[in-house]
Structures are given as C-alpha cells and as structure tokens.
Design a protein around this ligand. Structure first.
Ligand code: FES
Length: 133
C-alpha cells in the first residue's frame, strides 16, 4: 500500500479526525460509486454569522478503499471554516494535492468525496429555500 499512497494519505486513512456522524446536523447525504460499490455518508453543520454561512463541521462514514477514506477526511478538513460559497470552489484537485498525489486509477475515489460536498451544499440550500417559504 505504501508504494501506491503517500504517507499523508496513509495517516488520514489510519487515523481520520473527522470520521463519525454529527447528531444535530443540518444536512445528511449519501453518495456512491456504482462501479466499485463504495459508499460515503456525510453530515454537515452550518453556522450563521451576520450575512455569512460558515461550515462549522463535517463528519463522514465511508465504506470504501484507503483513498476514499483519506479523501473524505481531507475533504472535511478543507471545507471546515469555509463559507458555503467558498466550499463550492473545492475540487478533487485540491484533495489530491493535499494528499500528496494519488495514482490516476484512484482519482475517482477523491471525486466521490467532492460529489458528497456538492450534494451536502445542494441539500442545505434546498432546505433553506423550503424553510423560507
Ligand atoms: Fe471505490 Fe476507491 S475504489 S472509492
């Protein structure tokens, strides 16, 4: 495994800081990859400050490979503290860079984590609209 992955990736896989579930989350979503069968569930808590909406916390439960687990953990780290608008600009490239590179065959694992973030934000915005009606 260590030939395929960077030390940083292995550390996030072995000791993820953001694994689990937020009990009073604002949103909860699940994304999956039909090809490999892996699944990620994310929960997110958003804090409102004046006119800003800041991602306070993201937790994940991932059934998948080492790259998928490390990507979920890094995604949570990158998104926390960002506004919803800032988080929309995160891409799989940011995660790959943070992980210290990734073999091309594993990039889809990272993309799945980004899809999870996109879905969290979509669901959050949908909920917000519904509550304002
Ligand atoms: Fe399925 Fe990595 S092989 S997410």
């Amino acid at each position: 495994m260590s030939e395929l992955y960077s030390e940083k990736l292995i550390e996030h896989f072995r000791n993820p800081k953001n694994a689990g579930e937020i009990k009073d989350a604002d949103v909860r979503v699940t994304v999956g990859n039909p090809v490999c069968g892996d699944v990620m569930t994310f929960t997110m808590k958003v804090r409102r400050e004046k006119d800003k909406e800041i991602i306070e916390d993201i937790k994940f439960k991932t059934f998948g490979c080492a790259a998928a687990i490390a990507s979920s953990d890094i995604l949570a780290e990158l998104a926390k503290g960002k506004t919803i608008e800032e988080a929309k600009t995160l891409s799989y490239k940011d995660i790959v860079r943070e992980l210290g590179g990734l073999p091309p065959v594993k990039v889809h694992c990272t993309q799945m984590a980004v899809d999870g973030l996109k879905k969290l934000i979509e669901e959050y915005e949908r909920k917000k609209k519904r509550n304002h009606c």
